[in-house]
Design a protein around this ligand. Structure first.
Ligand code: G1P
Length: 293
């Protein structure tokens, strides 16, 4: 019987330099996709998958994230007094239970592996999920978003799970890439991983796309792992070491990812999520036709 996945780590200390000047005072995770911050979409996905506790690894100038997931008395009181019941109830539905969120600071931008390691005391000795908050996902035919599909694979295989998706071969050098072993269709055995391979050297065109299930032994490894690609402590390098003693499976998930850390991904996500909203889709479609037509 696999240990249940109750906790998730969300590394949110990144500076958002690809999005300046928008991210000078506003954390990149708080930019909005339609009317919800990017980070709220990621938390929604994790809650849908049954995650109970969220560990945010933050940095200076990210305090507004903590406020977003707290009560806002003046606002709630005003909505109630003005009879805006629907808006009030929507806020309450998003509010996490008291004590369901923890915040810890990374202190220095040493890389994703270091950020995950910063959560070690709060996670303790149990397997956990990692969600990279730049990536927001939309469900495909199955209606389950990416993390829920990773958890299904975890039920089948146990061990460590990584969501992957295909990119063009010329884009592989920007990502972590996996090598594919025994293939079961939607999931497969991972036989190798490499972070940001040089052009033309990637073992496949399947990228690590920002959703992971990891066993707690990763923490001891991350403590010792040396700086890798970009001079940073890389989670991928830690996983390569862990894969020598534990199984890793990849999940080709059904759905789409939008990289909201890039301008094009962010803009596309806004259009895609708005077109998925019955209250906005017809009018937006007409506006888009006017713009491009
Ligand atoms: C990180 C991971 C990489 C993964 C990518 C997905 O890279 O290190 O393995 O493919 O996220 O966006 P970063 O985007 O921080 O350079």
């Amino acid at each position: 019987m696999n240990k249940p996945i109750r906790k998730a780590v969300l590394p949110v200390a990144g500076l958002g330099t690809r999005f300046l000047p928008a991210t000078k005072a506003v954390p990149k995770e708080m930019l909005t996709i339609v009317d919800r911050p990017v980070l709220q979409h990621v938390v929604d996905e994790a809650r849908e998958a049954g995650i109970e506790h969220f560990v945010f690894v933050t940095g200076r100038n990210k305090a507004v994230i903590e406020d977003h997931f707290d009560m806002s008395y003046e606002l709630e009181d005003t909505l109630t007094r003005r009879g805006k019941r629907k808006e009030y109830e929507a806020l309450m539905a998003d509010l996490p239970a008291a004590g369901a969120m923890s915040f810890t600071r990374q202190q220095a931008p040493l890389g994703l592996g270091h950020a995950v390691w910063c959560a070690r005391e709060i996670i303790g000795d149990e397997p956990f999920a990692v969600l990279l908050p730049d990536m927001i996902t939309m469900a495909g035919r199955s209606n389950n978003r990416c993390l829920a599909q990773c958890l299904e694979a975890y039920d089948r295989h146990g061990g460590n799970i990584i969501a992957v998706e295909e990119v063009l071969p010329e884009e592989t050098h920007q990502y972590g890439i996996v090598a594919v072993g025994a293939d079961h269709g939607s999931s497969f055995e991972i036989t190798g991983m490499v972070e940001k391979p040089k052009q033309g050297t990637a073992p496949s065109n399947l990228i690590i796309s920002g959703r992971y299930i990891l066993q707690p032994e990763i923490f001891g490894i991350l403590e010792r792992v040396e700086k890798g690609a970009g001079g940073e402590i890389q989670l991928t390098d830690g996983m390569v070491q862990l894969s020598k003693s534990q199984a890793f499976h990849g999940v080709r998930f059904d759905g789409r990812t939008y990289d909201c850390g890039s301008k094009l991904g962010f803009l596309t996500a806004n259009i895609a999520f708005a077109l998925d909203r019955p209250d906005l889709a017809p009018a937006l479609r007409a506006e888009i036709e006017k713009l491009v037509g």
